[in-house]
Design a protein around this ligand. Structure first.
Ligand SMILES: [Zn+2]
Length: 446
């Protein structure tokens, strides 16, 4: 199988000395893997967490005893390899990317300059076309062709900035972009004994740009969604208790959008359900048992409503996240103080932050794709569900961007943004005008 890759935005490699460079196979394979994983999960299948610590190794002992590798690792690891198992294909790349003589380049290559500037031959980005040959079994090549097709619609995976999408969004899906400016992070003084280093900005491996990973966005928005659910319960409880069906319906929105509940969040969500239905909570051992009971009931309810199938208990969410890249990075310093003595408990800690107040905007991107309704052929349902999902999503976005931020340590104030204007929100796809109205109305609501 042969295919051709053409860059449509310049690529910076950090290697300024070279006039031309080959497209890296690791970056192509990385993005194909990223998309194959998304496809597998999108279809309700299981793919292990290839970046997290859950990454599956091939159990060599079991393999030697005759277990098939398909039974020991997930389909993504099977095709792309994992510890103890090599990938099932080979890539050959032909053609080089050439450095552009005059292009707009990143400021961080020239100190004291903000934003972008017109670069010289040495600082220009790389562009070009590469021919890629793939060798492997035919079904593997089909898998790669599928992933490649999707990645061409949606950008070359996790490492390329995607700008033009209006023409090629899958039917019934919504592609949302929010341009935002970070507020300067603040650290509340009375919060913790030690200020824990809490920096969600990491650098992407290929291009060394500061970035927020898709998983980080997902975690932060999911957390915000749980808080929206909590707010909803407290608001309702002002009037009356809430019946079980209504609570479950609302709780299910989180699973529909984000996929299976995390074990660590089930307890909290169960507690909230009990509170909503009963008006208060039992204590001690009784509380633990009741949480377990209501969570079991909720799981059964999800299966009865076909939100989760019996055959495939792991459920993917309807939201797909993209990385965000930042252009400017600077160094901040904090000195942890003891709460009692107000004296430093250790030396200063330096860490990188992203400059927020210089007027450059970053992009948060999200795909809403109700694949489960589409797969079940429930087209009449889509519009209704989409609107309900979107209202809930908009509340979660507002909570994340304005109140909580996208940092793992919620009290740090890291990742809270400046007010979002109408022009900062772009929506493409299904019913885009209505969707935009729903989002903006919710975000502007006080
Ligand atoms: Zn895997």
């Amino acid at each position: 199988m042969d295919f051709r890759i053409r860059t449509f935005t310049p690529i910076w490699t950090g290697d300024v000395k070279r006039e031309s460079i080959k497209f890296r196979d690791t970056s192509i394979i990385g993005s194909l893997r990223w998309w194959f994983e998304a496809i597998v999960r999108g279809l309700g299948g299981y793919a292990c967490d290839s970046v997290g610590e859950e990454k599956r190794k091939l159990d060599v002992e079991k393999y030697k005893k005759g277990n098939k590798p398909e039974e020991l690792i997930c389909p993504v690891c099977y095709v792309f390899g994992t510890t103890g198992w090599s990938k099932r294909f080979r890539l050959e790349i032909d053609g080089e990317l050439n450095r552009l003589p005059f292009v707009i380049v990143k400021a961080d290559e020239r100190k004291g300059h903000r934003g972008w500037f017109l670069g010289t031959r040495e600082s220009g980005g790389l562009m070009g076309t590469s021919e890629v040959k793939v060798y492997g079994d035919s079904w593997i090549k089909n898998v790669l062709a599928l992933s490649l097709n999707v990645s061409c619609y949606w950008g070359v995976g996790a490492t390329t900035i995607l700008e033009n999408t209006n023409s090629s969004i899958p039917k019934y899906s919504i592609y949302l972009q929010i341009y935002f400016t970070l507020k300067k992070p603040h650290f509340s003084k009375d919060d913790d004994e030690f200020y824990i280093i809490d920096n969600p900005i990491i650098k992407d491996k290929v291009f060394k740009l500061p970035m927020v990973r898709p998983t980080m966005w997902k975690g932060a928005l999911r957390f915000a969604a749980i808080k929206v659910f909590e707010d909803w319960i407290y608001e309702k409880l002002n009037e009356s208790r809430i019946d079980k069906e209504t609570v479950f319906k609302e709780r299910a929105r989180i699973a529909k959008l984000f996929g299976n509940e995390k074990d660590s969040q089930k307890d909290y969500l169960g507690r909230l359900c009990l509170l909503a239905i009963g008006g208060d909570l039992p204590t001690g051992e009784k509380l633990r048992k009741e949480i377990e009971k209501i969570n079991k009931e909720f799981e059964k309810w999800l299966t009865d409503k076909k939100y989760v199938s019996k055959e495939v208990p792991s459920r993917s969410g309807r939201l797909f996240f993209y990385p965000t890249f930042f252009e400017e990075i600077s160094l901040d310093v904090i000195t942890p103080l003891s709460r009692e003595t107000k004296t430093p408990v250790r030396g200063p800690i330096y860490f990188e932050t992203v400059e927020g107040s210089k007027g450059t905007k970053s992009i948060f991107r999200l795909l809403y794709y109700p694949f489960d309704l589409i797969a079940r052929g429930e087209f009449d349902e889509i519009e209704k569900e989409m609107k309900e999902d979107l209202k809930f999503l908009a509340k979660a976005l507002k909570k994340m961007f304005y109140e909580i931020g996208f940092s793992a340590k919620k009290s740090s104030g890291f990742g809270v943004v400046e007010p979002i204007n109408d022009n900062d929100v772009k929506v493409d796809g299904f019913k885009s005008d209505e969707v935009k109205d729903i989002l903006l109305n919710t975000i502007h609501q006080s």
